[in-house]
Design a binder for this molecule. Structure first.
Ligand code: HPA
Length: 273
């Protein structure tokens, strides 16, 4: 058995000692979006710190725990707070929670984040459905011995964010009258925000939004055979595209402002999954 899989099984065993809840959807809540947890009819909660071997988040605004429960009649495991590469964890640790939720039974991985808007049409407060991503500026989370129990050595990434889920998100937003942008998410390491020149590079390379998470989780999820979808909350115009310097406070304030429409959209989408 691979080292990665062995550790995963140890974490999984501890989860199963606390709950036998079987989720269909794994939802990761991004910066400032943790509030969505209030939409869940909670059945169980596990703080990350209670799972020996689990990487524990250190960022303000990231309250680290799994929440198990129902959105409508759909069983969900929700991560309130995620693990970031910039905290100093190995990529293998960053994607451990995603793999763990797959092991719990989740077939769908629903990724959310706060992101900087790069595309001309991306404004603070917008919601953007992720159609594809750029992950080649961060280490690939599958580097190292391949855990064959999870997936193949060279997984296909030609349709990471599945067409059916994209259509579901699009039609749900239209039905609810919520304006939804679409675009490519580019993951960089952080934790410093980008320079204006880096943002021009991302734009030239086809990125519409930029952030410090998500794409590697999507890769690990696809590797394990999960269906993936994602929504970015554009919390600010990226560096050099607005007159004001960037701050984590601004990110959280924008998330608070857009939180009502974000919650409505995510709740309605999950209900139909
Ligand atoms: N850059 C990177 N990550 C972010 C940003 C940004 O502008 N906004 C929110 N997360």
């Amino acid at each position: 058995m691979s080292k990665v899989y062995d550790r995963l099984e140890k974490c999984f065993k501890q989860v199963r000692e606390k709950t036998d809840f079987q989720p269909k959807v794994a939802l990761i809540l991004g910066s400032g979006l943790g509030d969505f947890a209030n939409e869940i009819k909670v059945e169980a909660e596990i703080p990350y710190g209670d799972i020996d071997g689990f990487p524990v988040s250190t960022v303000a605004g990231h309250d680290g725990r799994f929440i198990f429960g129902y959105v409508g009649s759909v069983p969900v495991v929700c991560m309130k707070g995620r693990v970031h590469y910039y905290e100093g964890y190995a990529m293998e640790d960053v994607v451990l929670p995603t793999r763990l939720m797959h092991m719990m039974g989740a077939e769908i991985l629903f990724l959310t984040n706060a992101a900087g808007g790069v595309g001309d049409d991306m404004e603070a407060g917008d919601l953007m459905m992720i159609t594809d991503h750029i992950a080649c500026f961060v280490p690939n989370p599958l580097i190292g011995p391949n855990p064959e129990e999870l997936g193949t050595r060279f997984p296909d990434m030609s349709e990471i964010y599945g067409k059916d889920l994209r259509e579901l998100i699009r039609s749900t937003a239209a039905e609810k009258g919520i304006d939804l942008k679409e675009g490519v998410y580019c993951q960089l390491t952080g934790p410093s925000y980008e320079s204006p020149a880096e943002i021009r590079m991302v734009k030239t390379f086809g990125g519409d939004a930029v952030g410090m998470s998500t794409a590697v989780e999507a890769i690990a999820g696809r590797h394990a055979g999960m269906r993936i979808c994602g929504i970015s909350l554009i919390s600010n115009k990226a560096a050099g595209l607005s007159a004001t310097p960037l701050s984590h406070k601004e990110v959280q304030e924008a998330a608070d402002k857009a939180s009502a429409k974000f919650k409505t959209l995510v709740r309605e989408i999950i209900t139909k999954m």
